[in-house]
Ligand binder design. Structure first.
Ligand code: ADP
Ligand code: MG
Length: 684
């Protein structure tokens, strides 16, 4: 078998050591790399009827030379060549710039193919490419020409020829990688055919068909990894089969200060069913801000405790960790559950105590920041890991625990609703539960967008809310370039509000405060001894003070949509009507669009969808560590349907026993293994 990935491009005629180095810059080392360097668009050189070309459009037409060429020179090395050409019965002027050497070839009655911009009023074509119809073949005319992302000293013409030669020499050796039944099911071209036609299509439709095949392949192979991971997780029986009786859960639920929504009940059942199984749970809990995810996590942690195991709740910030400890202690009152806190800023002694408690099994639930799984924490019997407000916890981190030799159940809760297309990409290996309903009695938050000059009115709103016993947040943007400015900004706003509202207590919370100071500021706000909290985005995720009914976001144009939605979610958590005021004078159109989206909808899934539209999938998560792969050819937005189809196919295949043994899928199993996501023993 000829492995195209082992043959270097040097083997092709015309690839010198120098050229080879230039190809490397584009990631092209082997014949396989070269053939997989797909064009990103095509240049259309097919001959059309001039009468069908609109004014200003670029087209390729066939003409006959009817006049003598005229050459004008101006400046140094600059010139303009014109010639009368008959095209479809019309006498037009062809214009070339800086192509003086063509003049002598423009002889009367010769047929010429012109590509260029058509200017109807002046009956003129500005030529970008021309060929003589009687010249020997090999020209561009009459075809679609691929355009590659390539640069430096490599020209489009050269790379086209090189790829053409590679196809001719090695095209037959391109192996099929997809299972035959799937190729048939979706009527796909063979891989060899698709690679050939994606480079050299006869027409647009062929190019599209070839692309469809490659898109499917890319999405399928990607989903295959995730689905294999998921299926393996279910096949392994080394997880913890929690023994949880429903009566104790019901009893615990009855002690809660509110009745669970139907959505919460459904999700709790899905989670408990997973926990009772012998394979490890790997579930994503999606729910809009304020939909009540924390209490769902609490019930799962309670279940783990009842089954004699420990639980860990991981959160992104210390403020959130402290808040969760407080609310869990309240919820677990009378259950005997001991809750511990483990964060970076604890004193060494306190840390040691908690770690020892976990090791001995006398601390049942630990809440901490992500350092938790990295620290040398040994659990007596870890049964459940919940990660909150964290959508950057990728497959790789999830497998960290497993590599430590423990397979606890894992529940991941997302802070922000994620459009389905991204969810099944970034979290494709997980089972998904969604909280589709808000707790009863919630009123949608009213959102307004005002300019900076309305600040006085905004301040009177704050005072009005306080007079009615409610509280307000004032959020100042994080200034990434400058820590100092950022804090200064918050301090300025703090002084401004303090001065403008002398009857109120105003608090201040920003990243430069010590852990104790932060805790104090948060505590005062939570207990309503301070009515206005001026804060940077440290309150972005998860902070829960139901009596706060107004949030003012300064310079709102500096925030992304999902962040704005998260911030807005700090209010509207109780029975009172809540308001969100965005103060912004956006300079860009996207900035204005973002403000509009916020005032138009309070539905997080809708916000996420609009965000994806405005930003594109690459930027959606905003960071490199998003866990979102980069696709070569597939586009997560426009190829969404194929993503769903590929996911289903991959799921079906990996669930069948046939996939995991025998020769039929051996090559596919090996591709999965190469990824490093799997330990080879997992495949045994
Ligand atoms: P999130 O999903 O954003 O994490 P939380 O879990 O913080 O939301 O819940 C938001 C608020 O709603 C909290 O104050 C919580 O006590 C309250 N809550 C949760 N579930 C219910 C319910 N079923 N009925 C009434 N209030 C609820
Ligand atoms: Mg929460």
């Amino acid at each position: 078998m000829n492995n195209l990935n082992e043959i270097t491009v040097r083997k092709l005629k015309g690839v010198s050591a120098l050229k080879e180095g230039e190809l490397h810059a584009f990631g092209i080392y082997t014949i396989q790399d070269l053939l997989n360097h797909f064009p990103f668009r095509y240049e259309d050189y097919r001959i059309v009827d001039l009468s069908e070309v609109k004014n200003g459009e670029k087209a390729t037409v066939l003409g006959i030379i009817r006049g003598m060429p005229m050459l004008q020179r101006y400046g140094r090395a600059k010139n303009r060549l014109t010639c009368k050409v008959e095209v479809g019965g019309l006498l037009v002027t062809a214009v070339w710039f800086n192509r003086h050497y063509l003049a002598e070839q423009l002889t009367l009655s010769r047929e010429i193919i012109l590509t260029g911009k058509w200017e109807q009023q002046r009956l003129q074509i500005t030529v970008t490419h021309s060929e003589f119809a009687d010249a020997a073949g090999g020209g561009r005319a009459g075809s679609l020409q691929p355009v590659y992302s390539i640069g430096g000293n490599l020209t489009q013409g050269w790379i086209r020829k090189l790829i053409g030669a590679a196809l001719e020499q090695y095209g037959e050796w391109i192996p099929e990688v997809l299972p035959a039944q799937l190729v048939e099911k979706h009527r796909l071209m063979s891989r060899a055919k698709a690679v050939e036609l994606i480079h050299l299509p006869d027409d647009v439709k062929q190019g599209q068909e070839a692309r469809r095949r490659m898109v499917y392949e890319e999405l399928f192979l990607f989903q295959l990894k995730l689905q294999a991971y998921r299926s393996l997780g279910k096949r392994r029986k080394d997880g913890i089969a929690h023994v949880i009786d429903s009566a104790s859960i019901r009893e615990f639920a009855s002690t809660l200060p509110f009745e669970l929504t139907d959505a919460q009940k459904k999700v709790v059942n899905e989670i408990l069913t997973d926990m009772r199984r012998g394979s490890a749970m790997n579930r994503l809990l999606q729910g809009d801000v304020g939909s009540g995810k924390t209490v769902v996590a609490a019930i799962a942690l309670f279940g783990s405790f009842k089954a004699g195991h420990q639980g860990a709740l991981m959160v992104p910030t210390e403020i959130l960790a402290e808040q969760h400890v407080r609310s869990l202690e309240r919820l677990f009152q009378g259950t005997g559950i001991v809750v511990g806190l483990l964060t970076g800023s604890l004193s060494d002694r306190k840390k040691r105590d908690v770690i020892a408690g976990l090791q001995m099994g006398i601390v049942h639930v630990v809440v901490g920041t992500h350092a938790l799984i990295q620290e040398p924490v040994v659990f007596h019997s870890l049964g459940l890991v919940v990660t909150d407000e964290q959508h950057r916890f990728g497959v790789n981190q999830r497998s960290v625990l497993r590599r430590k030799g423990i397979s606890p159940d894992v529940l991941t809760m997302t802070a922000t609703p994620i459009p389905r297309t991204l969810a099944i990409t970034a979290f494709g290996d997980m089972d998904v539960s969604t909280l589709k309903e808000m707790p009863k009695g919630r009123k949608p938050i009213k959102t307004y967008w005002v300019k900076h000059n309305a600040l006085d009115r905004v301040i009177s709103f704050v005072r009005k809310e306080a007079a009615a016993g409610r509280q307000s947040y004032v959020i100042c943007p994080l200034i990434e370039e400058s820590d100092k400015l950022d804090v200064q900004n918050a301090i300025d706003a703090y002084m401004q509000f303090q001065q403008a509202c002398p009857e109120l207590k105003v608090g201040l919370l920003h990243g430069r405060l010590t852990a104790a100071e932060k805790e104090e500021a948060m505590g005062e706000f939570a207990s309503n001894s301070c009515q206005v909290l001026v804060a940077t985005t440290v309150v972005e995720v998860g902070v829960d003070v139901p009596n706060a009914t107004l949030i003012i976001i300064m310079d709102a144009e500096r925030f992304g949509l999902s962040q704005l939605h998260q911030l807005r979610g700090r209010v509207g958590r109780g029975e009172h009507q809540s308001h969100c005021i965005l103060i912004a004078d956006p300079k860009s159109e996207t900035g204005r669009q973002r403000m509009k989206v916020m005032t138009e909808t309070t539905d997080g899934f809708e916000v996420a969808r609009r965000d994806l539209e405005l930003r594109g999938p690459g930027d959606f998560f905003g960071t490199k560590q998003s866990g979102l792969p980069e696709f070569k050819i597939a586009d997560l937005v426009s190829d969404y349907e194929w993503l769903e189809i590929a996911r289903e196919d991959a799921g079906e295949l990996t669930e069948s026993d046939g996939f995991w043994s025998g020769d039929t899928y051996k090559a596919l199993r090996e591709t999965i293994l190469k990824d490093g996501l799997f330990q080879s023993e997992q495949l045994d």
